[in-house]
Ligand binder design. Structure first.
Ligand code: COA
Ligand code: MG
Length: 291
């Protein structure tokens, strides 16, 4: 399952689903949480359930962002959306992997009820939205079998700790959120699941998004959340390895294949060892090509 571009669609807007379904997003995240007003929560469950029945109208995988466990709404959300066509959940405000286990147990029951193969519905977690979560990022290793990705968020974390801002005047994250971002990256790499960069809020600033995505890709993120359809193509482009990167990766993999007894190889005057080989294989996998 590709987790390169993941577009949020508020769960109470019929029009936005149609628009999102026609985008090039790998995943649509149908939102029942904070993009939906409390008065619309019940209606949104029905609307999102109906969208999942239309899963074959889009090439994207359909995920639902449910309400967090502490609200008491999660089980009702799941009752409404676990049905054929649902590919995954985005779990917000998780405190640790224990939340994943609780939700997975609910999924076990609801998948069986819906006649779905056990384990079909995958889980991605917003892993840095509560202060407690910051001390539990190691809990995602070893990963639950349903866990496919970790992402992070600054808005809920800053409101929970009482910060007055989370960005510097130049637009960069302040220290607490740089820490959250880095720990999310390490937690995902440790668990062997996909690290997904948080959203870029200025949805009209395509150049800014592009530059920011390049930094994210450089640091190891493999995909990004989108909040507007216009962000999707930029995200897809930035998180797809370039032709030059693919060519270099092929070259590294081929050199090691031709020299199976060597752990270190020189290519064009540069040293390559096993970490480079692993990175090259990752690049080829991200590009969807065979070595
Ligand atoms: N998914 C699908 N369609 C979307 C969309 C989205 N996330 N965001 C915008 N659109 C649609 C609009 O409905 C509009 O459609 P129309 O031309 O038929 O009227 C079109 O794209 C152009 O939208 P635009 O005028 O540029 O933006 P907007 O002011 O209507 O919407 C937001 C701005 C931020 C409200 C909207 O992008 C949005 O709802 N984003 C998702 C928010 C969300 O889910 N947040 C939760 C995670 S933080
Ligand atoms: Mg939030």
């Amino acid at each position: 399952m590709k987790l390169r571009s993941l577009l949020f669609v508020p769960g109470d807007s019929e029009k936005k689903f149609t628009r999102a379904a026609g985008s090039n997003a790998d995943v649509l995240i149908l939102d029942l949480e904070d993009a939906v007003a409390p008065s619309m929560k019940e209606a949104a469950r029905g609307i999102v359930g109906g969208w999942i029945d239309r899963a074959d109208e889009t090439a994207a995988s359909l995920f639902v962002r449910v309400n967090p466990l502490a609200t008491g709404l999660t089980e009702g959300d799941l009752e409404a959306v676990v049905r054929p066509g649902l590919a995954g959940l985005l779990v917000p405000k998780a405190d640790s992997a224990a939340d994943v286990a609780v939700i997975a147990a609910l999924l076990d029951r609801l998948e069986a009820r819906a006649g779905m193969v056990a384990g079909t519905v995958k889980i991605m977690v917003v892993a840095t939205e509560t202060p407690a979560a910051m001390f539990a990022l190691g809990s995602y290793t070893p990963p639950h079998p349903r866990l496919v990705g970790l992402t992070w968020g600054a808005e809920d974390l800053s409101s929970a700790i009482g910060a007055t801002a989370n960005k510097e005047a130049d637009g960069n994250w302040t220290e607490p959120y740089r820490l959250a971002r880095s720990l999310c990256l390490f937690a995902a790499a440790s668990a062997g699941v996909t690290p997904v960069e948080t959203l870029y809020v200025d949805f009209r600033d395509t150049a800014g998004l592009e530059a920011d995505c390049r930094r994210s890709r450089r640091d190891g993120f493999m995909g990004r959340i989108a909040i507007h359809p216009d962000q999707v193509d930029t995200i897809n482009r930035c998180f797809t390895p370039s032709d030059a990167e693919v060519a270099e990766a092929r070259c590294i993999v081929a050199a090691f294949a031709a020299n199976p007894d060597l752990g270190t190889i020189g290519i064009d005057g540069k040293m390559y060892d096993i970490p480079h080989l692993k990175a090259a294989r990752k690049t080829l996998a991200a590009a969807g090509v065979e070595a």
